[in-house]
Design a protein around this ligand. Structure first.
Ligand code: NAP
Length: 277
């Protein structure tokens, strides 16, 4: 079984550098994929209240027979659950749907600036963490100034910031800010499928050179940068392929070529205007 590297968290402990994204994996089929992924060796599962699949993720975890404390479960507070009291209700509902008594990592899904509730939500997550219902707290899709706002209000930086990130969207300023403040960068959309990354000639050429696939190169690149990557697949072969990211070694020529694929910050979803519920 592939050994997945880990990254250290400012809150203490570690998390796997590679996990399963579950957006779109629902119902019995979703549960079966989660269970298969755990059997294959995945130990990080990324879900969210918004994905309407926490019940399926919980069922997949139980069906797998893998011990609860061997798996890092991430979920996210939905936009409609932001606010001092609503966040508490939202987290309790996530725990109930997952069928677990704690979640390893709970993130604020999007900052949603039009609501102005991100700081209150963050304060409640810190309370819930101190009560033991959530081991580690973080955010998703927060820009540097939005992260700074949370820190200014509470003195605590999120342990993780999950952002849209791949060789097609290298987000250099965002990841530098995260690193400067001890925040682990987690990459959603790490295969860059929205940006057509896997069809890029440069990536295909590097994959051919290493006798592997463009997806493996993209995921390996993320892990090499110190990010956590959470590719989603509903296909058994691709699930396993995405686990084999440590079997290759990119050289400096490969990395220089990959750097040319960055479409720039403007191509990423902008959390000042993009909001999700
Ligand atoms: N925080 C946020 O706002 C946010 C936003 C979006 C996503 N996410 C999280 O991040 C996870 C991953 O992001 P994502 O699902 O948007 O994108 P992704 O994982 O980068 O790409 C998924 C797509 O790539 C395909 N794929 C998977 N493995 C492949 C391989 N080895 N070769 C070729 N194609 C492959 C999948 O198809 P098949 O299923 O057919 O294999 C699917 O169409 C999500 O599932 C979710 O957990 C978070």
């Amino acid at each position: 079984m592939t050994t997945i590297p880990t990254v250290s968290l400012s809150s203490g402990g570690t998390m796997p550098a590679l996990g399963l994204g579950t957006s779109g994996l629902q119902g019995p089929e979703g549960a079966a994929i989660v269970s298969q992924a755990l059997a294959d060796g995945y130990r990080l599962i990324d879900t969210a209240a918004q994905y309407n699949n926490e019940t399926a993720v919980g069922a997949g975890l139980r069906d797998s027979g893998v011990a609860r404390d061997e798996v890092v479960i991430t979920s996210k507070v939905a936009g409609g659950s932001q606010g001092r009291e609503a966040t508490r209700t939202g987290v309790n509902e996530s725990l109930r749907r997952l069928g677990v008594d704690y979640v390893d990592l709970m993130l604020i899904h999007w900052p949603n600036p039009s609501r102005g509730l991100a700081t209150e939500t963050w304060k409640t997550l810190l309370d819930i963490q101190s009560e033991g219902l959530v081991r580690t707290v973080g955010v998703s899709n927060f820009r540097p100034e939005q992260l700074a706002g949370l820190h200014q209000a509470t003195g605590v930086w999120p342990a993780v910031n999950q952002i849209q990130l791949s060789p097609a969207l290298a987000r250099r300023d965002a990841v530098a800010f995260n690193a400067e403040h001890g925040i682990v960068t987690e990459a959603w959309g790490p295969l860059g499928t929205r940006e057509g990354l896997l069809d890029q000639f440069v990536l295909r050429k590097i994959a051919a050179k290493h006798c592997t696939t463009p997806a493996t190169v993209a995921l390996h690149w993320g892990i090499l940068q110190g990010y956590v990557v959470i590719p989603k697949s509903k296909n058994a072969d691709r699930l396993r392929q995405n686990l084999s990211v440590t079997d290759i070694e990119l050289d400096s020529e490969d990395l220089s070529a990959i750097a040319t694929l960055d479409l720039g910050e403007d191509a990423a979803w902008d959390a000042r205007t993009h909001e999700e519920w």
